[in-house]
Design a protein around this ligand. Sequence first.
Ligand code: ADP
Length: 558
Amino acid sequence: MFKKWRLTDRTRMLLKLELALTLPAVALMAFSIWNLKHFQRDQAIEAAYQRDFTHVLKIAESKSWMKANEYLVPVRKEFPSPQDKDVKGKLDRLLEDHPELDYAVLYDKKSNMFVARMTNYDRSQDFCTFIQMDFNDLQSWMQSQAAMYTEHIRMMGEKGEEPVIFYGGWEWKKDKHVYTNESLFVPAGTAKDEITIGIVSFNPDYLQKTFFPGIMKDVLNSKSNAFHQDVNPPAMMIHPYRDNTVWVTSSNWEGEKGEVDYQFSNVFQGMVWSIKFPGTTIADISAKFMRSNFLILGALSVLMLGGILLSYRNISREMNLARLKSDFVANVSHELRTPLALIRLYAETLELGRITSKEKYQEYFRIIREESERLSALINNILDFSRIEAGRKEYEFKETDLSELVRSTLDTYRFQIEQNGFAFEENIAKDIPPVNVDREAIARSLLNLVNNALKYSKDKKFIGVNLYRANGSVKLEVQDHGIGIPPAEQEKIFEKFYRCGDPLVHNVKGSGLGLSLVRHIARAHGGDVKVESAPEMGSKFTIALPLDPSVRQGTAIA
Ligand code: ADP
């Protein structure tokens, strides 16, 4: 009844501990998996990359705008005003000084001036025709719109903005898709109320070969670009609006299409910038991220599971030990009480002096001696055990004649063994050389083994002790025909406090310390102890002690 209650209590305790560990761990894992799934479903990674890509392209636009303005600052300064005498010559010089420009135009409403000049270096017939077409468009455009533009540009200036309006777009001229662009401003020397406009156009070749590649490089190296330190930085490409023909690319561009397109609107309108990672796609990156995260989660789960199992094992081992310890206290108190009660009883009887027969005297004295021997053996075991536990057990190794040691140890026991109705066989080989051992410890081991053989035998009462030499060691065997030990328990019996589950064992007094001491002693001598046994068939314990003392690992083993 008591035992049953304790078992359920123990199970409950284990369950609680496991729940305290398992539940949060499982919850954490489930939450992480749910989170990842959510991430996957919302395509959160793809969206984040797309955001970053768009941001990079916006940087490209603002850099292009700044760069274009930078070019225009000296141009605006050097630009002639309608009052200048040689407007044509000044415009030609300006174009010579600024090879990035294709043409320059000055329009003044009051004087109805429209002077348009194009660069004069070797240009194709087409180029001249195209530009002439632009000039014609511009002239009529200015006549109707110049007033509005002048006002707009002046307002920009008053607001502290760069006073330049940019236009751009693609046109089919003959069978060519050509980029046209205009930058409109009010020339520096113009009076406040005049409607005067200066127009320049950037050379598309220059834009394509120098300007935009430079901007791309600049953007990729810019610190505000999220991919600034990436091993695989994104690649960029520019193509005309509604036309996927590649126009400009960064050096790492490959393939046809980008992942994100962004159309410029503040400057160089009509340009569409594309961006992507070379050699991979955002979808691939996202899939890889998911895969590695799931893998990591999997690995973590396995680790966690391992941890839980380990802690489960540790906890149950600790609880087992706690149970064994409490059994031990009960057993030891019982073991101490019984011989003490017997000693007291017989001593008191002797004291009364009523015993007349000599044999009775002898018998009573013998019982008192045997019981006190049992007590000392038990107390010695406990003392040894506590020394071992505290790491203070020391052995005194001395060259010893093992045959003599075994014989004399058994002699003190022989009478008791035979009194208990045991057949006793002792085989001590003649060729046992002196061995370096701790005499007392070996004697105690032998006593423990013989004592166990006595305790754990039922009807077949036999004890055999053999001492012989084999394979570089001396073997000390104690054999019985007793209850035996089930295979599952044959390793456990050497653990401290362990006692077999057999009911007979529980009716026999014991502390569960004897065999753990025997093993400790054997190992301290560089040897070991083994058991061969089968239930109801008896047991054979063998202590092997190496002849070569160098095998020994030291004098104290905790
Ligand atoms: P104790 O005998 O005090 O219980 P031991 O450490 O000497 O402690 O033995 C541990 C257990 O091993 C015993 O409780 C018993 O179950 C089992 N055992 C030891 N020796 C024998 C034996 N000769 N035959 C059967 N069982 C044994």
